[in-house]
Design a protein around this ligand. Structure first.
Ligand SMILES: [Zn+2]
Length: 1096
C-alpha cells in the first residue's frame, strides 16, 4: 500500500485470477504500486510483495512467443545499438529538435529526448528490442482544492473525442484490442495516460485514440456543451431523482462513488491524512482524487478551464518505448502537435511548488469511521504513523540510492530491524506506512503501527517514542554485515533481473523517469544505475556502513524537525455525521426547489439514463480502429516444457522443465500436494506457509534465515495453491516453495528449502502471534476495500470443494477462524504447534505427491541436475497414505449452505455478487466461445448498467471455463437491488443480442488478447506448471482457441439461454455491504430471504 502518496490506478480484479475486468483508476493501487520499480532500490522490495501476489493468483495465461529481453544482459545487447532518426529529418519534417541523446546500457536502450519546436512539448523516445511497446502522455496537473477535478477529467477524456465521437472509446479499446496495458492514473500532481501492446498496428491504434482523447475530448467540446456536460455529470457528479418523491434526491457519479469507497478504507484515510499534514501549504495538502464532501462543489466551467490550462502540448511529456520504428513516433505526434501553439502561461501555472520545512515536529489527530458494534466490542484500534519530509526538493541521485538502500535495510523484510522492533513491541497489530516514498517532488518517509490500543494517550505516544529510539540506536550501532550483504544482493538481483511481472517494463521505466522529468530534471538519470551502484559500494567500503547510514538516519530522520506524528482514531459516529452532512446539503436543495424544478430534474435524470442505456450505433463504432481476424495467429502459444522422472529411494518424482533464456537465473518451484492435509487444518495452511520462511529454523533464528535468503537468492517464499478441476468434484491443492537464484547459487537455494523442511521452528509463540495479528488486520482491511472477492469466494464455496477449501483458507470463514486462533494461542499454544507439525508431516514427502518445476536455459538446466537430485534425496519417503475425503470432493461439510446473504462491514459502498453454474444448472457445453461471450457481457451490458447507469466503480461477470461457475460482481457500488436486476437482465440481453461482423470480430480479438497476454519467463514457467497440475493440455488449449476464433452470434444466444435457466433454477446472492443498506435490501427484496451477518 502506498501510504503517503498513493495514486489511483487500477485493475478491478477477481479473486484468484479468474478473469479480470480492467477498469481505470482507483481501486487496487497496491497492485500497480507493487509492480513499480519506483526508484533504483525500491524495486527490490517491490519484488518481494509481487512474488506473494503471483502465487495467490491462478493465472492460466500464456506468454508471448519471443519474450523480449528476458533479462538485461549488457554484453548481449551492447552489440546492437538501435539507430535513431536522422536529426535533420526529425527537425524539418516533424518539428522535433534533439535535446539529448544517450545509450542506456542498463536497458539496452537508445534514448533520445526531443523538444517540439512549435509547442515546447517534450518526447522521450526509447528504442530497444522489447516487443511490449509502451506509450504515455503525462500532464502536470496540480490542484488547489479537493474537488477531484484532475481525477474526474482523467475519467472523462476517455468518454469520446473528435475523431472517436462515441460514448466510451476506452471501453471499445478494452473490447477490441490486444493491449497489454490500458489504463490511466491520477497522481497528486500529474495525470498519466499509458498504453502498451506487442502488436505494432494495435499499438499505434491505441496511441491514436489516447492522443485524440486527451487533446480533443468531447467532455469540454464547446460546440456541443450539453453533451460535454453530460459526460462530466456521469463521471463526476450530478443530482439524481427518478421518482416524484423528493426524499429520494441523491448525488451520483462514478468518481463520487469511487472516492466514497476510498474514503471507507481506514488505510487510505491514513495515507491521505499523513500526506496532507506533511504538506499543508502546497498542492499535496489537498486530495487530487476528490473528497466526496468537496466533489459536489466542482462546476462544469471549472472542469473545462482545468482542461484548457493543463491538457496542452506545452505541458505534456510524451514517452515511447520498444522495438517499433522511431520515425513513426515523430510522425504520429507531429500530426497532433501541429494544431497547437505554445502556451507558456499553462506551463507556469502547472509548476509544482515545494513545502517550506517545519521548524518543529507536529502531532495531528484525525478519525476514521467504525461501526457501533466494533466500538462497543472494545476494538478501539488506532493508527499511529510517524512521517517526515526528507528534503527541500527531489533527492540527488547519490542520496536517492543511499536512502533507498537504507529504507530496504530498515523495513525490507520482516526481519529488518525497524519493522521487527515495531512488531516485537506488541503495541500494535501490523506495521503501517510504506517507508520511503520518492515519486513526488519532496521525498517522504512514513512508518508506524495499526491496531494500537487507543484507550490511553500514553499508548499512542509509545509508538512514536519507539520509532525514534530505534532509529537513534541504529544510527549509533549500525547494521550487521550479513544484513547489508543480504540487502545488496537482493537489490542488485532485482535491478539486473528487471522483472516487472505483468506490468510492462516500458511503463515501469516511464514512471521512474517521470518522477524526475515532471519537475524539470533530467529524465535519463533515473534510468541509470550501474555506475551509481558501483560508486555506492565503494562509498560503503570507504566510509563504513555504520557511518554512512548513521549520518543519513540522523540528518534525514532523527534530527529532522519536519516530522508529523499522525494519530488516527476510530470514531463510531463519524459515518452518521458524514451521511448527515450529505443529507443536509440535499435537504437545502430540496427546500429551494419548486415543483417545476423537481420535474426538470426528473426529466434530466431520465435523459441521462436514456443516453447511457442507448448503445452507440454500429456505424459510429466503426471509427475505432481495430485488427482483423487475419492478424491473429491461429495457433495457440506454447510454453516449452519437458517432463522427466527422477528416482529417489524407490519413489518417482516428476520434474517439469522449461528451456528459456533467463540470463543465468533459475526459477524453481517445489510443489507438494495437500491430499493428506486433514480438513480441520486447512484454515492454517496459508499461515503455515508464512511460518516456513518467517519463523526461522532450529539452527537459525528468523532474522538469520531471512538474511541468508537475501544473500543467496533473488527471493524465496512458500505459497498455497488450490483449484477445482475439469469434470471432477475433487480439488487440486499444493503448498509450493517458489523462488529464484543465479545458477551458481542454486545449491544454496536448495539447501535453504531443505533446511526449512527439516528444521523449521514452529514453536515460537510471540512470532506466531504477530503473524496471526497481521493476518487478521490485513483481512479486515481487504474486507472493506475488496469486498467483491470475498463475496465471490463465498458463492464459489456454496458450490464446490475447491471453493470451500479456498473459503476456509482465506475467505470470511478463514477470517473467523483466525480470530478464534488468536484466542487459542493464549490458552493452548501447544495444541497450535501440534497442528502446525501435523501439517508439516502431511506435506513434505517425495513421491507422486510432489513435483519440481524449473525454468532456465537448457545448459543451466543440465548443470543443476545434481542439486535437484540431492534435494529430492533429502526428503523423507511418504509410504502409503490415504487421500483425504475433502480432497476428493466427497466431504460436503466443507461447503457453505446455499443461501442469499448480506455480510455487514463498515463501508459507504457495497460489493454485490451473484453466482450460478452454467454446466450443471444450465446445460451449457464447454467451449472457448463462452470466454468471448463472458468478456462481451462484462464490457457492454454490465459495464453500462452497473457502472455507467448505476454509478458503481465496476461491474463484471467472471466465468470459470473449467468448472462452469459463472459469477457476477460489482465493486464500490452505491446500489444493491438495481445491480441484481442488472445481473438478471444479462440473460435476456445475451439471448437477443445482435452483433454485426465487426463487433463480433472485435470481441474475438479482445478475448485472444486475454488468452495471449504478455508475460516474462518466470511467469510462463509457472503458468505451464499450473496447466500441468490441472491437466490442461496444449491440444485442449488449441481446441479452445479454435472455438474462440469461430465464435458466432449463436454462441451468445445459447449462453444466454443457459444463463437464464441456471439463474432461475439455482443461483445465490452474496453481498458485502453496510448495515443500513442490508436493512433496506432485506426489506425491499423479501422474496430473496436474505440472511444478514455482521462480520466487522
Ligand atoms: Zn477513478
Amino acid at each position: 500500500m502506498a501510504a503517503a502518496v498513493g495514486y489511483r490506478a487500477s485493475l478491478v480484479g477477481a479473486r484468484n485470477g479468474r478473469k479480470c475486468l480492467r477498469s481505470r483508476n482507483g481501486g487496487r493501487a497496491e497492485r500497480v504500486d507493487g509492480m513499480l520499480a519506483r526508484t533504483l532500490v525500491r524495486s527490490a522490495r517491490g519484488v518481494a510483495g509481487r512474488a506473494r501476489q503471483h502465487a495467490t493468483r491462478l493465472l492460466a495465461q500464456a506468454g508471448k512467443k519471443n519474450a523480449a529481453l528476458s533479462i538485461v544482459a549488457s554484453e548481449k545487447i551492447d552489440a546492437e545499438i538501435p539507430a535513431s532518426v536522422n536529426p535533420e529529418v526529425a527537425k524539418s519534417k516533424y518539428g522535433f529538435e534533439i535535446v539529448k541523446e544517450e545509450y542506456v546500457k542498463e536497458y539496452g536502450s537508445n534514448c533520445v529526448l526531443y523538444r517540439h519546436t512549435g509547442t515546447g512539448a517534450e518526447l522521450m523516445s526509447v528504442h530497444n528490442r522489447d516487443e511490449n511497446k509502451t506509450f504515455g502522455a503525462v500532464f502536470r496537473t496540480p490542484v488547489e482544492d479537493s474537488t477531484g477535478v484532475p481525477h474526474i477529467l482523467e475519467h472523462s477524456v476517455l468518454c469520446g473525442s473528435r475523431k472517436y465521437p462515441i460514448k466510451e472509446p476506452f471501453v471499445e479499446l478494452m473490447k477490441s484490442s490486444l493491449n497489454t496495458f490500458l489504463n490511466a492514473f491520477t497522481y497528486p500532481d500529474r495525470t498519466c495516460y499509458p498504453v502498451a501492446s506487442c502488436n505494432t498496428r494495435d499499438f499505434y491504434n491505441l496511441v491514436d485514440v489516447y492522443l485524440d482523447a486527451v487533446f480533443f475530448p468531447r467532455c469540454v467540446e464547446k460546440t456541443d456543451p450539453e453533451s460535454g456536460k453530460q459526460v462530466f455529470e456521469q463521471e463526476g457528479w450530478h443530482y439524481e431523482l427518478d421518482t416524484p418523491d423528493p426524499s429520494k434526491l441523491q448525488y451520483k457519479g462514478v468518481v463520487f462513488n469511487e472516492m466514497k469507497g476510498v474514503y471507507s478504507s481506514p488505510d487510505s484515510v491514513l495515507g491521505r491524512v499523513c500526506q496532507q499534514a506533511l504538506f499543508p501549504d502546497i498542492t499535496y495538502g489537498v486530495d487530487s482524487g476528490g473528497d466526496p464532501r468537496n466533489i459536489t462543489d466542482l462546476s462544469y466551467e471549472q472542469f473545462c478551464d482545468f482542461h484548457q490550462n493543463f491538457y496542452h502540448p506545452s505541458n505534456t511529456r510524451f514517452w515511447f518505448y520498444g522495438d517499433d520504428d522511431p520515425e513513426t513516433r515523430l510522425e504520429i505526434l507531429s500530426s497532433y502537435l501541429n494544431d497547437f501553439e505554445a502556451n507558456q502561461a499553462g506551463v507556469e501555472k502547472s509548476r509544482v511548488l515545494t513545502q517550506k520545512k517545519f521548524a518543529e515536529p507536529r502531532v495531528v489527530t484525525d478519525y476514521y469511521a467504525v461501526s457501533e458494534e466494533a466500538g462497543q466490542d472494545g476494538q478501539q484500534k488506532a493508527y499511529v504513523n510517524v512521517n517526515w519530509v526528507l528534503e527541500d526538493d527531489v533527492f540527488d541521485l547519490e542520496t536517492q540510492l543511499a536512502f533507498g538502500f537504507l529504507d530496504f535495510i530498515l523495513l525490507g523484510t520482516s526481519g529488518s530491524p525497524l519493522r521487527k522492533a515495531l512488531i516485537d513491541s506488541g503495541l500494535g497489530e501490523a506495521v503501517c506506512g510504506g517507508g520511503l516514498e520518492d515519486e513526488l517532488r519532496q521525498p517522504t518517509f512514513s512508518i508506524g503501527l495499526k491496531g494500537v490500543d487507543s484507550s490511553s494517550e500514553e499508548n499512542l505516544k509509545k509508538v512514536e517514542d519507539l520509532v525514534l529510539s530505534t532509529l537513534e540506536s541504529l544510527a549509533d550501532k549500525g547494521f550487521g554485515d550479513s544484513a547489508i550483504e543480504a540487502a545488496m544482493n537482493t537489490i542488485e538481483f532485482s535491478l539486473r533481473e528487471n522483472n516487472t511481472g505483468s506490468f510492462p517494463r516500458g511503463l515501469s521505466l516511464m514512471l521512474r523517469s517521470m518522477a524526475a522529468w515532471i519537475y524539470d530534471k533530467d529524465p535519463l538519470e533515473p534510468l541509470k544505475w550501474e555506475d551509481q551502484l558501483a560508486a555506492f559500494k565503494k562509498r560503503l567500503e570507504d566510509e563504513t556502513p555504520t557511518k554512512l547510514f548513521g549520518d543519513l538516519i540522523r540528518k534525514y530522520l532523527v534530527d529532522n524537525p519536519h516530522r508529523v506524528t499522525v494519530n488516527l482514531l476510530p470514531n463510531t459516529t463519524l459515518q452518521a455525521e458524514l451521511d448527515g452532512e450529505e443529507q443536509g446539503k440535499l435537504d437545502l436543495l430540496r427546500k429551494s426547489m419548486t415543483e417545476e424544478d423537481m420535474e426538470e430534474l426528473m426529466r434530466k435524470t431520465r435523459e441521462l439514463k436514456t443516453h447511457q442505456e442507448t448503445p452507440d450505433p454500429s456505424e459510429a463504432l466503426k471509427c475505432i480502429p481495430t485488427l482483423e481476424l487475419a492478424d491473429i495467429p491461429k495457433e495457440s502459444q506454447k510454453i516449452p516444457s519437458s517432463l522427466t522422472e527422477m528416482t529417489s529411494g524407490g519413489e518417482k518424482v516428476e520434474v517439469l522443465s522449461h528451456d528459456m533464456f533467463t540470463n543465468d537465473v533459475v526459477y524453481a518451484e517445489f510443489a507438494f500436494d495437500m491430499s493428506a492435509v486433514p480438513k480441520d487444518l486447512l484454515y492454517l495452511v496459508p499461515l503455515f506457509c508464512r511460518c516456513l520462511t518467517e519463523m526461522g529454523t532450529s539452527k537459525e533464528d528468523f532474522v538469520e534465515l531471512t538474511e541468508r535468503i537475501g544473500r543467496k537468492t533473488g527471493g524465496l517464499g512458500a505459497y498455497s495453491f488450490t483449484s477445482g478441476v475439469k469434470d471432477e468434484d475433487g480439488v487440486r491443492g499444493y503448498v509450493m516453495f517458489r523462488g529464484k537464484a543465479t545458477a551458481d547459487k542454486f545449491a544454496d537455494y536448495c539447501g535453504i528449502v531443505q533446511d526449512i523442511i527439516q528444521n523449521v521452528e514452529l514453536n515460537n509463540k510471540n512470532r506466531f502471534r504477530q503473524m496471526v495479528l497481521e493476518t487478521i488486520s490485513g483481512m479486515e482491511a481487504s474486507l472493506v476495500g475488496r469486498g467483491h472477492s470475498y463475496a465471490m469466494g463465498r458463492l464459489s464455496a456454496m458450490r464446490d470443494a475447491a471453493g470451500g477449501a479456498q473459503e476456509v483458507m482465506g475467505g470470511v470463514e478463514g477470517y473467523l477462524a483466525m480470530k478464534q486462533l488468536k484466542d487459542r494461542i493464549e490458552q493452548d499454544y501447544d495444541s497450535v504447534v501440534a497442528d502446525l507439525e501435523a501439517l508439516r508431516s502431511s506435506l513434505f514427502h517425495k513421491g507422486s505427491n510432489m513435483l519440481v518445476n524449473l525454468t532456465a536455459d537448457d545448459k543451466t538446466l543440465t548443470s543443476i541436475e545434481k542439486e535437484v537430485q540431492g534435494f529430492v534425496d533429502s526428503l523423507p519417503s511418504r509410504g502409503v497414505v490415504g487421500t483425504e475425503q475433502w480432497y476428493e470432493g466427497k466431504d460436503s461439510s466443507l461447503l457453505l449452505p446455499k443461501r442469499n446473504e448480506l455480510l455487514i462491514v463498515p463501508t459507504q459502498v457495497s460489493y454485490v455478487g451473484k453466482a450460478t453454474n452454467l454446466y450443471k444448472d444450465g446445460q451449457l457445453e464447454r467451449s472457448g466461445s463462452s470466454m468471448v461471450v463472458s468478456k462481451l457481457l462484462s464490457t457492454t451490458w454490465l459495464w453500462d448498467r452497473v457502472r455507467v447507469v448505476g454509478g458503481a466503480y465496476g461491474g463484471f461477470g467472471s466465468f470459470d471455463s473449467q468448472t462452469g461457475l459463472f459469477s457476477f460482481a460489482s465493486y464500490r457500488d452505491p446500489n444493491l437491488g438495481s445491480t441484481l436486476t442488472a445481473y438478471d437482465g444479462s440473460a435476456q440481453f445475451l439471448k437477443e443480442v445482435k452483433l454485426d461482423k465487426d463487433e463480433l470480430t472485435k470481441a474475438i480479438i479482445a478475448t485472444v488478447g486475454d488468452v495471449d497476454s504478455y508475460s516474462l519467463p518466470d511467469q510462463r514457467g509457472y503458468t505451464a506448471l499450473v496447466r500441468h497440475l490441472l491437466g490442461i493440455t496444449d491440444e485442449e488449449r488449441q481446441q479452445r482457441r479454435d472455438e474462440i476464433l469461430s465464435t458466432t452470434v449463436r454462441d451468445f444466444h445459447e449462453f444466454g439461454e443457459a444463463l437464464d435457466q441456471a439463474l432461475a433454477s439455482n443461483s445465490q446472492v452474496s453481498a458485502v455491504t453496510s448495515k443500513d443498506m442490508a436493512a433496506q435490501a432485506s426489506e425491499e427484496m423479501k422474496d430473496l430471504g436474505f440472511i444478514s451477518q455482521q462480520i466487522l
